[in-house]
Design a protein around this ligand. Sequence first.
Ligand code: 4AD
Ligand code: MG
Length: 477
Amino acid sequence: MKTPTICQLLLEDKTANNITVQGWVRSFRSNRFIALNDGSTGQNLQCVVEFEQYDPALLKKISVGAAVKLTGDITESEGAGQKYELKVSEITVYGTSDPETYPIQPKKHSLEFLREKAHLRVRTNTFSAVMRLRSRLAYAVHHYFTTQSFYYVHTPIITGSDAEGAGEMFRVTTLAPQNPPLNEEGKVNYKEDFFGKETNLTVSGQLEAETYAMALGKVYTFGPTFRAENSNTSRHLAEFWMIEPEVAFNDLWDNMDLAEDFIKYVINDALTHCKEDLIFLESRLLEEEKTKPQADRSELSLIEKLKFVTENKFIRLSYTEAVEILMQSTPNKKKKFQYPIEGWGVDLQSEHERYLVEKHFKCPVVLYDYPAEIKAFYMRLNEDQKTVRAMDILFPGIGEIVGGSQREERLDVLEQRMEALGIDPKELWWYLDLRKFGTAPHAGFGLGFERLVLFVTGMTNIRDVIPFPRTPQNAEF
Ligand code: 4AD
Ligand code: MG
C-alpha cells in the first residue's frame, strides 16, 4: 500500500481527505491524542481519536511504541503546537508495545542508557535526527565527488597486505582456533587457510585506491575500515567508515584545497537539507551545555559553528610552526599538557591538536610537513630529508578529522623508506609496480565519516553517531 510519509504530508501544507498514515506511537494522551512518528521527519503528526467511537479494547492496545495505521482527514488543528492534525476514522494496530517493558518512554533517557538499547534508540528524537543527518551526509559525499568527476572505487574489505601501518588489524581466518595446522617451525600454517595466506580486515582503502587513480585519474572510496586498537575514547571506533579520495597529478596544496572544499560542501548541504534536524540538535546541545560550567560552554551554537566552518578559510601551518606555538603556549610552560612538548619531532597528541584549534586559532587548522619518523612510509619525502608531505586537518571539538598526504612517487625513495621501516617490498610488489609503470605525482586523504557526523550533529561521543558501534569489549547487536 502506498501511503504518504508524515514528512510529505506536512510539506504539502494543506488539508486533505481520506489519508492513511503508518508509524509508531510516540505518546497517547487522554485517550484522544496520538503523536505519531514514522521516521520521515522529527515532527510527529497529531492524530485525534474520538474515543467514544472505538472499542475500549482496541484503544487499550495503543501505547507508546505501538505500530499503527490510521486513516482520516487532515484538518487544520484546533490545538496549539501544530498546524494540521489527522481526524482519525479508522485504526489498525499492527503491533502493541507493553508499556511495562518498553524501554523508550517519552522522557529524557541518558545517552549511556540508550547505547545499551542500540536496536531501539533510533526511535528517539535525538538518534533519529542524527541518523537522518548521517544518511544525508553520505549522500552529499557521493554527490560531491560525482559532480567533481571522481569515480567511486570499491576497494577490498579483506586485505592480504598488512603493511599499511595505519593501525592494528583484525585477522580474517577460517582455521580452527583450537588446533590450527602448523608448519615446520611450529607456527600456524596460513598456507592452509582460506586464502592460502594471512589476511586481515582493511584499515584503509588507500593503497588500492592509488592503483585506480593511476588509471582513472580522480577516484574515491567510501567504505568500512577496521582498527583493532585498544582506544577507548570518544573519538575512536574499531569499525568506522572512511572516505578516501585519491587524485593523479595533485600535490599537497591541491590536496588541501580539495579537502577544504569537500568538507565545506557537505556541511553546507546538511545546513540546507537538514535544517529541522539541526535546529533540534542545536536545542539539545544547548540544554546539555547548561549542565556544564560556564568556561566549558561553547561560544557558538551548533548552526553558528557549522556556518563558521563553511564561511572561513582553514588556517594552514607547518608542523614546525605548530611546535613553536605549542612550545611557547601557556599550558606547555605551566606543565598542563599530559605530554609536554619538549622539541621538534614529537608526535602531537589530541590535547595539542585541540589547543591549536580551540584555544589558539579558534578555527579549523591544516597542519602539514610532519617529521618523516612519525608518518607512514608512502608519504612523499621533502627536500629537507626530514619531513614528509603529510597533512592533517584538525577540527574544534574533534581533533583530527582528516589525514592525508602527497604520495611518494619515486621508486628509489619509496624503496628506501620501506627498507628503513622494515616493510618487505615483496608484500607490496603491486604497489611498487605503480612506481615502475607510468609513475606520476598524486595525493589523497582519508576523512573519518563518523568524526564528520560528530561535528555536524554536535554529539560528543562517536558511539552515538553510528547505528551499532564496535569498540573494545563491545559488539552486541
Ligand atoms: O589518519 P588515518 O589513519 O589515515 C589513513 O588511513 C590514510 N590511509 C588516509 C589516506 O590518506 N587515504 O585515518 C584517516 C581518518 C582520520 O583522520 C580520522 O578522521 C579517521 O580516519 N579515523 C578514525 N575514525 C574513527 N575511529 C578510528 N579508530 C579512527 N582512526 C582514524
Ligand atoms: Mg592520522
